[in-house]
Every structure is written in structure tokens, then in C-alpha cells.
Design a protein around this ligand. Structure first.
Ligand code: HEM
Length: 429
């Protein structure tokens, strides 16, 4: 099914949404980046992030458009502080423009950063949503997924012909494994998975600031398609529930339809693209560090270290944003009420005050799991243990079956900036 474009009547509203939510920040970020500002450069560039220039500006770098930090202590403090919240993502807009944006919002193309998504709300509403979802997303449900993950990974590996020459490990493995897991969690029928995969891929750029109008309209079309699909899917689960997590939430009856769509969409978005990136980034990192790869091959129990160190060194999500709800002092720097702060998770993970020799990829690093790649505080990733389970099992089975796997050709990075991973990575087995 093709993505659902905005109707001719909706198009001017869609353009206004783009202008307010991306057009302005596009102009601001591109010009600040061009002038050499390291924060704008980081938010704007698709290159491998270099956190050094931002670190050189101190624990918090203030700019008129936003502040930013790559300091572990400051990032950790902001994420856990009740003086900061998720805001509405538009702290740089004036009050009238924020009002206008609310007026033109699209109720059938809401994204992961639009309420009632859990990621877009603060306590006490957040506490209510998180409690409902956690009741269904239990540790037991996650550990019972181990069998499914092992079985799916085994089937996918059986389908890959080792004599085929080059195999794109992203398309053939890193994507298919988390897709199968999330589809199981959300009760997506087999015949609809290809659509979900395509729309999810197209929608992933929604997290990037300053999209062009062309990219934004494609992203919005994908969001709209996902929204309509979820509407039908929730209706279907109401009359014929399965034993998946979304059905459990439907049966519990604590969330209304819009809230259920938001949860479904968030689980899909947060849980799928990120895990694909983690598996792909780990394969690439091991290939780039043959000594670490040899350590893993000699001792497969080091796969836990591979997962944590990859999360730290090349995280699937490099930045999130918080807004100061009150004047605050963070790491000795005054932050005014209303300031938006880019909390650069990838930069905090390379803070030499916490991680010795931070640019080195070392799967035996004792404190690698202190990374902030799953965030911290209120919005700490709800799927962290599932993501770890998938990556550990996925990577262990991959290297068990193909110990001489090597990258064989140029990998292509995804074009997204906030989500970092590979679109393709050819390997020889
Ligand atoms: C390697 C894989 C993953 C990474 C790196 C990751 C990263 C993150 C990050 C950074 C946040 C918080 C953003 C913020 O503080 O603004 C988050 C939140 C979240 N993640 Fe994950 N995630 C991953 C996998 C998953 C999976 C597998 C699921 C579920 C199936 C999931 C579900 C969620 C949900 C529901 C939230 C929102 C939590 C809240 O707002 O309370 N994530 N994730």
C-alpha cells in the first residue's frame, strides 16, 4: 500500500506545520552550522559525530536557539531532574507561533513526540501511561521472548546462503529480527509486516530537526498510513484479541483508542529502528576492530560486552531534548526557564571523566553499561531489556554460525541524523 499523502484541502495546513516545526529550525540550524557553531553542526550534519568541539565549550554550551551538552554529569542530571521536562519540542518558537502550530496539528499523523505519546508527556500523565504499559510489558513477557528471538534468528540464518558471496546483513538479518519481534509484540499479521517495515523506515526521519518540506511531507504520509493502520488494527484486536502485548492493553481497558494508537506507534518506532541499528553498528564495530572480534570469537560470553560497548561507542539514538521548566543550575551553569537543551547521549558516552580512553572500542570495558544510550530518569527506555536480549541472542547466533564473517564493501549509513545506523552493510560469510 502506498503512503497516504495529505488531501488537497489538508496540504496548506501540512505546509504550515512544516514551516513552524521544521522550516524555522532548518534555517536557524543551517546558518549556525555554517558559521561553525559545534552544537548546530552536530544537530545538522550527517557525518560521523565529532563531540570534541562541543566538549571544548564547557559542560553546557548556550546558543540563542538552544543549549547543548556532551557532559555526562550534566546530561544525567538534566534527564533525572524535575526542573526539566519534555516540553512540546518547540521551545524556540514564540508563544503566538506555538499557538498557531497547535491549531494546525494533524490528529491523523501524530508522531512519537506528539501527545499522547509517552515520550511527549511529563508526569503525572506520563506516570499513568507508563504504569499501564509496564503492566503488560512485564519482565516475564520479555524473558519469554528469548525463545522467539532464538527461533527467528535461527530461521533467518538458515535462509542466508553462505555461498552467495556478499550478503547485506542489514536487510537480511539486522532488520528482519527486530521486525519479527515487534510484530509479535503488537500482533501484526505476517501479510502486513512489509507495509509496516516500509512506513516505519520512511517515518524514522521524524526525529530529525529541520527536515526539508519534501522529506517532511513523505514522513507525514508514512505517519498517516501508520495511524490509519493502527486504527484498523486496534479495532480488529478489540473483537479478536491475541496473546500479544497490544491485545493485553486493549483487554485491560485503561487506555482509550487514541492512547492505544500512541502506545502502538511508539513501541513500533522506538523498538524497531533502534534495535536494527544496534545489531548493524555492532557488526561494523567488530569488523573495524579485529582484536575485539577475536576476543568475542574466543569467548562468546563477551557478547554482553559487545552490546554495551556498541551502545556506548556508536549509539542508535544520539540525542534527545529537554526543556527547563524552572531556572536551574546544572554542572555550575545557569540555565534559564524555557531553555531547550540538546542532551547529546552519544557525547555523554564519550566523556573522559567517566569512560577512560573514551574513543577506544573495548568490549571488556568494565563500566560500558553506564552509557546513557537508553536515556535516564523518567523516560528511561521501556524496551531496554528486550533490546539487549535481541542484540545478545542475535549477535551470538550470527557469529556462532559465521565466525569468519567480514564486512566486504562499503557500508551505507542511514540518512537520519538522530537515529544512527546502517542502511546497508555487505558482508562475506
Ligand atoms: C537498542 C535499542 C534501543 C535504544 C537505543 C532505545 C533508546 C531509547 C531512548 C534514548 C529513549 C528515551 C528518549 C528520551 O529520553 O527522550 C527510549 C524510550 C523508549 N523506548 Fe527505547 N530504545 C531501544 C529499544 C526499544 C525497544 C525494543 C522498545 C520496545 C519494544 C522500546 C521502547 C521505548 C519506549 C516505550 C520509550 C518511551 C519511554 C518513556 O517515555 O517513558 N525501546 N528508548
Amino acid at each position: 500500500m502506498p503512503p497516504l499523502e495529505a488531501s488537497p484541502l489538508e496540504r496548506p495546513r501540512s505546509y504550515a506545520r512544516w514551516a513552524l516545526s521544521h522550516g524555522i529550525s532548518r534555517a536557524v540550524l543551517s546558518s549556525a552550522s555554517w558559521r561553525g557553531d559545534p552544537l548546530a553542526g552536530l544537530m545538522w550534519s550527517r557525518d560521523t559525530p565529532d563531540y570534541g568541539p562541543l566538549r571544548a565549550r564547557g559542560p553546557i554550551h548556550m546558543q540563542p536557539f538552544m543549549a547543548g551538552t556532551v557532559s555526562y554529569a550534566a546530561a544525567n542530571e538534566i534527564l533525572r531532574s524535575s526542573d526539566f521536562g519534555v516540553g512540546d519540542g518547540q521551545a524556540e518558537l514564540s508563544v503566538p507561533l506555538r499557538w498557531l502550530l497547535a491549531k494546525v496539528s494533524a490528529s491523523d499523523a501524530l508522531g512519537p513526540f506528539d501527545a499522547p505519546s509517552m515520550l511527549a508527556v511529563d508526569p503525572p500523565l506520563h506516570t499513568r501511561y507508563r504504569k499501564q504499559v509496564s503492566k503488560a510489558f512485564t519482565a516475564r513477557r520479555v524473558s519469554s521472548m528469548a525463545e522467539t528471538v532464538t527461533a527467528v534468528a535461527g530461521e533467518l540464518l538458515d535462509q542466508i546462503d553462505p555461498h552467495e558471496g556478499r550478503v547485506d546483513i542489514i536487510q537480511e538479518y539486522a532488520t528482519k529480527l527486530p521486525l519479527a519481534v515487534i510484530a509479535e509484540l503488537l500482533g501484526v499479521p505476517d501479510s502486513e509486516r512489509a507495509d509496516i517495515l516500509r512506513w516505519g523506515d520512511q517515518a524514522a526521519a521524524i526525529l530529525d530537526p529541520g527536515l526539508s518540506w519534501r522529506d517532511y511531507s513523505q514522513v507525514e504520509a508514512a505517519m498517516r498510513s501508520l495511524h490509519h493502520w493502527f486504527e484498523d488494527h486496534v479495532r480488529r484486536l478489540r473483537s479478536d484479541p491475541g496473546d500479544d502485548l497490544l491485545s493485553a492493553l486493549v483487554i485491560a481497558g485503561d487506555l482509550d483508542d487514541i492512547e492505544l494508537h500512541a502506545v502502538g506507534l511508539l513501541l513500533l518506532g522506538a523498538g524497531f529502528e533502534t534495535t536494527v541499528n544496534l545489531i548493524g553498528n555492532a557488526v561494523a564495530a567488530l569488523d573495524g576492530h579485529p582484536d575485539q572480534r577475536d576476543l568475542l570469537l574466543a569467548d562468546p560470553s563477551l557478547v554482553d560486552g559487545v552490546v554495551e560497548e556498541t551502545l556506548r561507542w556508536d549509539p542508535p539514538v544520539i540525542v534527545t531534548v529537554r526543556e527547563a521548566y524552572a531556572a536551574a543550575s546544572v554542572a555550575g551553569v545557569d540555565v534559564a526557564k524555557g531553555t531547550a537543551v540538546a542532551v547529546v547521549l552519544g557525547g555523554a558516552n564519550r566523556d573522559p571523566a567517566v569512560f577512560g580512553d573514551p574513543d577506544t572500542y573495548d568490549i571488556t570495558r568494565p563500566n560500558a553499561d553506564q552509557h546513557l544510550s537508553f536515556s535516564a530518569g523518567t523516560h528511561f527506555c521501556l524496551g531496554a531489556s528486550l533490546a539487549r536480549l535481541e542484540a545478545r541472542i542475535g549477535l551470538r547466533l550470527l557469529f556462532e554460525r559465521h565466525p569468519s564473517l567480514r564486512v566486504a564493501g562499503q557500508g551505507v549509513r542511514r540518512s537520519t541524523r538522530v537515529l544512527r545506523g546502517y542502511a546497508s552493510l555487505p558482508v562475506a560469510l
